[in-house]
Design a protein around this ligand. Sequence first.
Ligand code: SIN
Length: 560
Amino acid sequence: MFEPTSADYLVLGAGIAGLSFALDAAERGTVTVLCKGDAGVSNTAWAQGGIAAVWDDEDTIAAHVTDTLVAGAHLADEQLVRSILREGPPAVRELIGRGVGFDRDDGGEHDLTREGGHSARRVLHAGDMTGAAIQRALLDRVREHDRIQLIEQAVAIDFITERKVARHVAKRSLGIKGHEAMRRYGVAGPEGWMPHTPDRCLGAYVLDATTGGVKAYQAGATLLATGGAGKVYLYTSNPDLATGDGMAMAYRAGAVLANMEFVQFHPTCLFHRGAKTFLVSEALRGEGGILRLPDGTPFMDTVHPMGSLAPRDIVAREIDAQIKRHGLDCVFLDMSHLDADFVRSRFAGIHARLSPLGIDIATDPIPVVPAAHYFCGGVQVAADGATAIRGLFAAGEVTCTGLHGANRLASNSLLEGAVFARRAAIAAGQYVATGGEARPAVPDWDAGDARDPDELVVIAHTWDEIRRLMWNYVGIVRTDRRLQRALDRVALIRREISEFYWDFTLSRDLVELRNVAMVAELVIRAALGRRESRGLHYNLDCPELDDEHWRHDTVLRRPW
Ligand code: SIN
């Protein structure tokens, strides 16, 4: 066995990106994978639709590229899009090789479904629980691997970086403030102080949620694959763990974040007073489902040539407009014109979830509303998954790779996670093999005078406040006034959090709250900065697309 808190590779997150990277990296060294909760729970595991890849002879990479660029409102990086989508079919074959069973038709060929914005059937799926099938297979392979250690209930708090270590040393040994030390000397290196260079990641401080202890996990290279941040919003299709931890940690450490204003709202999540928000896959519309008003009127055909299967930003905005125009709680998805047996068996997972609520998806109108679903922005990475911090790589929803632009094409994200995991594993392997730099000694976590919080309710209330204001002011349709109001409120909340954060004993809730507030602020700042409407960012005060001035990423970086 290897030393539990030190490995060649540290992986934060155990969805498709984290697990795929771990399997590749384990060919070159030891790997520790940390997951915040139970290993089976991730955004990947909750993905229903499938994974998009050109699979059929009639389909082409060029068509997939065009659909991706159009859905992304022409903000995506065309060259990168092409290269990722070319790697799609091999990435899918790799998943199949690792034991993922995608559905096949009666002739034994893989069944391909269709989703919004796709001009062809190119989505491989495992019923309507594709993500769960991927998660299960990859987790099995990871658990079997003797060079991979998987640790659950491990909540990453912050990255350990060379600069952070330097500040600590400066404070402790030289008695000067960290920032002053950095200004004077640069950063601490193996041979003493070094001039300023890009910072370097040495690992992460991690809270053991079962014991409350904090450990320093060190590694030659670290992969960030913590997924998205749907929980920043009141209503979301995401599991509870999607609190933007990786984005917030990366920002605090000095990485670059891009396109945080582009939050995708999935048009069709279940609306039911007796149930939590639940995704009703776009694949239902891919198979012919029609969006209707309560009186049965279909409303998408006059909005877009693809009708109910238009790109997500357009469908979500139209549903939002119809709900506001008619004072509705929700609209309805109708599958009743399709073969009932087909609908119930093809969408067995959704059928099983909705029938206890008295909804038969084959015959009853399904009440749906949009909900926060996917962050198209995140930690900016190069084509090999490298971030602006040496030794820190990233893959999956936590990143902004340049694939999605201003709006993600359905089912492109599992593909992106798999492709970037592979690329990052190669780049991290080279970094570890050639880096060879000695690492400074990492100080233990200093809990200071932290005590148990006497009012846990403060955490719950603050979280609720952030999620509500994000929903109300930073949602599908935005205005400058709403965004400014949200920024003022979040700035106040962040000040309050920083006042009590270091006084209280750390818990998963407290770590998440700090991250949710950070990500909320980044979304608002990016949204206020973009003076046009494009893709998922729609601002009534600047409703036009402005290619001349705004066809570029919105970049945020913490000032030092
Ligand atoms: C869905 O099944 O509708 C979600 C697929 C995706 O978000 O890519």
